[in-house]
Design a protein around this ligand. Structure first.
Ligand code: SF4
Length: 211
C-alpha cells in the first residue's frame, strides 16, 4: 500500500519533471524561433539595401524573386498573392512597379487567353543575380564546411516541412518532390496537368504542389 507522503512525493516528482521538460523544450523552441526570426530580419534588411539601387520595396523584390523561382502554373497574379499572403491590391501595385521598371513582362497563355503569365525579363534576372541572395549572406554561408552546409539544409528543410504540415500550407513546394511528379518511359510528366516536365521545370516551385 502507498502511503500519502509517497503518493504526494511521486506526484510532485513527475510534476517537476514535466515542468523542467516543458521549460527546456519551450526554451529550445524560443531560441530556435529567435534565431530564425533574426536571420529572416537580417536578410530582409540586407535585401532592402540591395533593392534601393532600383528604388524597389522589399515586397516588390519578394514578388520578383518568387516569379524567378516558380513554374508556368504559378506565375500569375493570383499565385503571387497566395504565395506572399498579401491583398490583391498590394500585389497588383507591386507588379505594376516591376513592370514599369522592365523587370517583368505580361505574356498571354497560348491555350487559355484568360490567363496572363508574369515572366521575369533579362534585366529582372540580372538584378536578382546581383542582389538575391545578398552578397554578405553568401559570404557567411561560404564559411561553413560542406558537411555543415548539408546538415543545415537538411535540418531547415525538416523544420519547414513540419511547420508547413502544422499550418496546412503545403503548397509551393519544389516540383521534383510532388506526389504528381511521375517518371514515365517518355520522360517526366505532371500527373495533374498531364504535361511533360523538363529537368529545369522540376527544380521550380509550384502552387499545385502536393505531398
Ligand atoms: S508535378 Fe506537382 S509540382 Fe510539378 S507541376 Fe505537377 S502539380 Fe506542380
Amino acid at each position: 500500500m502507498f502511503r500519502l507522503e509517497t503518493i504526494l512525493f511521486e506526484h510532485s516528482k513527475s510534476s517537476l519533471v514535466k515542468y523542467v521538460l516543458t521549460r527546456y523544450y519551450c526554451g529550445m523552441n524560443d531560441e530556435l524561433f529567435n534565431l530564425i526570426e533574426r536571420l529572416a530580419n537580417l536578410l530582409r534588411q540586407e535585401t532592402r539595401l540591395e533593392g534601393q539601387s532600383l528604388g524597389l520595396q522589399p515586397v516588390q523584390q519578394e514578388a520578383l524573386y518568387y516569379l524567378s523561382t516558380c513554374n508556368r502554373y504559378s506565375d500569375t497574379m493570383l499565385a503571387v498573392t497566395e504565395f506572399l499572403g498579401l491583398t490583391k491590391g498590394t500585389v497588383s501595385q507591386s507588379l505594376k512597379i516591376l513592370e514599369s521598371n522592365a523587370l517583368i513582362i505580361k505574356v498571354k497563355d497560348k491555350k487559355d487567353k484568360r490567363i496572363t503569365h508574369l515572366k521575369v525579363t533579362k534585366a529582372g534576372r540580372e538584378f536578382l543575380m546581383k542582389t538575391c541572395p545578398p552578397q554578405k549572406f553568401t559570404d557567411a554561408i561560404t564559411s561553413l564546411s560542406v558537411d555543415e552546409e548539408f546538415e543545415t539544409k537538411t535540418l531547415l528543410k525538416k523544420v519547414l516541412n513540419n511547420y508547413q504540415q502544422a499550418t496546412g500550407r503545403t503548397a509551393f513546394g519544389v516540383c521534383q518532390h510532388c506526389k504528381f511528379n511521375q517518371q514515365t518511359s517518355d520522360g517526366i510528366v505532371c500527373g495533374l496537368t498531364k504535361e511533360a516536365l523538363s529537368n529545369d521545370d522540376i527544380m521550380l516551385i509550384c502552387k499545385e504542389y502536393a505531398v
